[in-house]
Design a binder for this molecule. Structure first.
Ligand code: ADP
Ligand code: MG
Length: 240
């Protein structure tokens, strides 16, 4: 589905991503993990061209990502981030309907989709659809952010620490929700986190980054049982 071939990205003198090669399989739940500054967000944003890579190739559905219009990519790829990114002056319904509206779905179809997604994410539709983001709790805002990312049934869901700012109980609830969505839809998901417990819980495959390079790629079981280096063993062992 997504393939990185020797991809690098430099900011000034700093190689944020250094010669990364990685194949993300269709339908797979991939977790990108690593310490702060290891290049997780940069890697994710290169997939939807919020950041342009300097060298190497990134393929989406077999084609170099630069051959797609960025807007087109972003319609095909849902994107959810830690600071939820909701438009403060738009209602829940308008926020979730952002991409469907761009795609010119009829209003009634958007309304139905909003009902469906709010239900899926455990928010009573008629209670919440007309609210503004500031009228929601942090956890509810994150749910709306996830619903928005899912709205137009994207081929791939990109998520950057979407639950990072939440209390442990809400985080666990949303992790469960996301696992359920993945099981039901079989959608490809790429999730960035620095929380090893979250990675072990959700991932089919973990990609552990260190200073812009891959330290290890493998299933949670494999990474736990056979860490490829002291760095990996330390990182995995840091789980609280
Ligand atoms: P992570 O998400 O793993 O914390 P990032 O991908 O955000 O890491 O950043 C990797 C490195 O690239 C960091 O050293 C960061 O400071 C640097 N970096 C990221 N984005 C920019 C930018 N827009 N301008 C300059 N440096 C950046
Ligand atoms: Mg980051």
């Amino acid at each position: 589905m997504i393939e990185f071939q020797q991809v690098s990205k430099t900011f000034g003198h700093w190689k944020a991503v250094d010669n990364l090669s990685l194949h993300l399989q269709d339908g797979e739940f991939t977790v990108l993990i690593g310490p702060s500054g290891s290049g997780k967000s940069t890697t994710l944003k290169m997939i939807n061209r919020l950041v342009e890579h300097d060298s190497g190739r990134i393929l989406f559905a077999g084609k170099e990502i630069r051959s797609f219009q960025p807007e087109d990519l972003r319609r095909r790829m849902g994107y959810a981030i830690q600071s939820n990114g909701l438009f403060p002056h738009w209602t829940v319904e308008e926020n979730i309907g952002t991409v469907p509206a761009l795609l010119k779905w009829p209003k009634s179809r958007i309304a139905d989709r909003v009902t469906e997604l709010l239900t899926l994410l455990d928010l009573e539709p008629n209670r919440y659809r007309g609210r503004y983001p500031h009228e929601l709790s942090g956890g509810q805002q994150q749910r709306v952010g996830v619903a928005r990312a899912l709205a137009a049934d994207p081929e791939i869901l990109l998520m950057d620490e979407p639950f990072g700012a939440l209390d442990p109980v809400t985080r666990a609830a949303l992790q469960k929700e996301l696992a359920r969505i993945h099981q039901r839809s079989g959608k490809s998901i790429v999730l960035v986190t620095h929380d090893i417990d979250e990675a072990l819980l959700l991932a089919d495959r973990i990609v552990l980054l260190d200073k812009g390079r891959i330290a290890q790629v493998g299933t949670p079981q494999r990474i736990l049982a056979q860490p490829a280096s002291d760095f990996v063993a330390d990182f995995v062992g840091r789980s609280e």
